[in-house]
Design a protein around this ligand. Structure first.
Ligand code: ATP
Ligand code: MG
Ligand code: MG
Ligand code: MG
Length: 439
């Protein structure tokens, strides 16, 4: 992508409304634009990052055996009357009337709809276990939308729903998502800690929130320091291996970790003082086992091997991609801007042509650009006629991992400078060597 043809309306000034660093940096780098309170457009730079986050979420869901579908944002109130949640959900639910005066709502979550899909097609235990997910917009009329897309009213959620014949089966399905979440957050460059959690309006009795420790987090959390060293399940994790997955769950729940709603001060105080972590955190994911809470009232039953009808056991599993993007920035930035983990960076590398219009600089920039692009890399070429200083500032602000600086003096001797955004290290290399290094 050539910057001169891209859409990157960088803000020079710090936006006054932004209270936390991720919000400030997302507005300054034109990743998102607020359209009304808590409702955002994702501009091209932000959309690239969001897509990469969703790709990792999707890959790990698929690896764990979940199957993707897509449900609508608008739902009929009838389904929610069946489960009894239509009246319970309260003001966070946006209720809408269509032209026939039918009660509709903008879905804040999809337990009812997926249970309806399930009961319409699945009649036998032979199709179980089943886990269906989608990545779709949700709407919750948050009383206090704030911090940009961290707490917005319309937001993207990956929500998965599992169906099993028995409680034991459902616990295995839960453990699969538990392990998939550990892998997902780790691939996003984050260390998320699973904490015993309250189940809120989703309901149920077995639940974990995945929390990123951050000073700007809205949750108050308590945990053992050991979590920093626990191993993430590897690429070779066998999601069908029941004892292996139970062992991952047992390890990751062996130390104390709870949100304030579930906090047990006596248990926490029993941990040696130096090992206690009392901090703030951001909830990036939340998983629930809730048994037959929806399948019972909505009649989601299958024939078991015993020839009898069984109400299925369910769980649901949420991740917020539009919250993850600012959470990653909270965890990875400096005074000059964002430092993207490679896995979600909007571009792999950025070429800074310090003197656009200079034949040698233009020629070298283009040569590097084409070599890297042909090798399948996502490259941003700054070919604008901004001053070099302003180009450097933009590159640091948008946080692309590798910068290739093409200046008239070095190009004259066939060289360019390579800068690592994270460490700030610079090295001078021949053009060939720079290309080879980044391929
Ligand atoms: P919170 O406690 O922050 O209000 P929640 O517990 O209501 O979140 P869940 O119902 O557990 O949220 O939804 C699953 C995931 O969806 C959350 O873990 C979070 O990543 C994301 N999410 C929830 N609400 C929002 C929001 N208002 N803006 C952005 N992401 C959200
Ligand atoms: Mg909430
Ligand atoms: Mg919560
Ligand atoms: Mg939650």
């Amino acid at each position: 992508m050539r910057l001169s043809r891209f859409f990157l309306p960088i803000l020079k000034e710090n936006p006054k409304e932004a209270e936390i660093v991720s919000h400030r940096l997302m507005l300054r780098s034109a990743m998102v634009r607020q359209q009304s309170a808590g409702i955002y457009s994702w501009l091209p730079l932000g959309k690239r990052v969001l897509d990469k986050v969703c790709k990792i979420v999707r890959e790990e869901q698929n690896r764990a055996g979940a199957i993707e579908l897509l449900m609508p944002t608008l739902q009929s109130a009838e389904l929610w009357q069946e489960s009894g949640r239509y009246d319970d959900y309260g003001k966070e639910m946006l209720r809408i009337k269509d032209r026939q005066d039918r009660a509709m709502l903008y879905g804040p979550t999809n337990e009812e709809m997926i249970t309806d899909i399930f009961r319409s097609y699945i009649k036998s235990y032979k199709h179980l276990p089943l886990n269906l997910y989608h990545i779709q917009l949700k709407f919750r009329d948050e009383i206090r939308p704030r911090f940009g897309t961290m707490r917005s009213r319309e937001f993207l959620m990956k929500d998965a729903y599992s169906f099993d014949l028995t409680k034991e089966g459902a616990i295995h399905s839960y453990n699969k998502m538990f392990a998939a979440y550990l892998r997902t957050f780790s691939r996003l460059g984050l260390r998320a800690i699973p904490m015993r959690a309250d189940t809120g309006p989703i309901g149920g009795n077995h639940s974990h929130e995945f929390i990123i420790l951050a000073e700007t987090g809205e949750s108050e959390v308590f945990c053992h320091k050991d979590f920093v060293n626990f191993d993430i399940p590897g690429d070779n994790t066998d999601f069908d291996d029941v004892p292996a997955l139970q062992a991952i769950f047992d390890k990751w729940t062996s130390a104390y970790a709870a949100t304030s709603e579930m906090h047990d001060a006596a248990e926490f105080d029993a941990i040696p003082e130096g090992d206690r972590l009392s901090a703030r955190g951001i909830e990036v994911g939340h998983i629930f086992y809730f048994g037959t809470k929806y399948s019972e009232p909505m009649g989601a039953k299958v024939l078991g091997p015993d020839g009898k009808e069984h109400t299925v056991h369910m769980g649901s599993y949420g991740i917020g991609p539009t919250r993850l993007v600012p959470a990653i920035i909270e965890a990875s930035h400096d005074e000059n801007g964002i430092i993207w983990p490679r896995s979600v960076a909007p571009f792999d590398a950025m070429i800074i042509n310090m003197k656009s219009g200079d034949a040698a600089c233009d020629e070298a920039s283009l040569r590097i650009y084409e070599s890297l692009a042909n090798a399948g890399k996502d490259i941003l070429l700054d070919d604008t006629d901004e001053r070099a200083g302003s180009k450097f500032a933009t590159a640091d602000l948008i946080g692309v991992p590798d910068q290739i600086i093409v200046g008239p003096r070095s190009v004259a001797s066939g060289e360019v400078e390579l800068k690592d955004r994270k460490t700030g290290e610079r090295q001078t290399l021949t053009i060939e060597a720079a290309i080879n290094k980044l391929i």
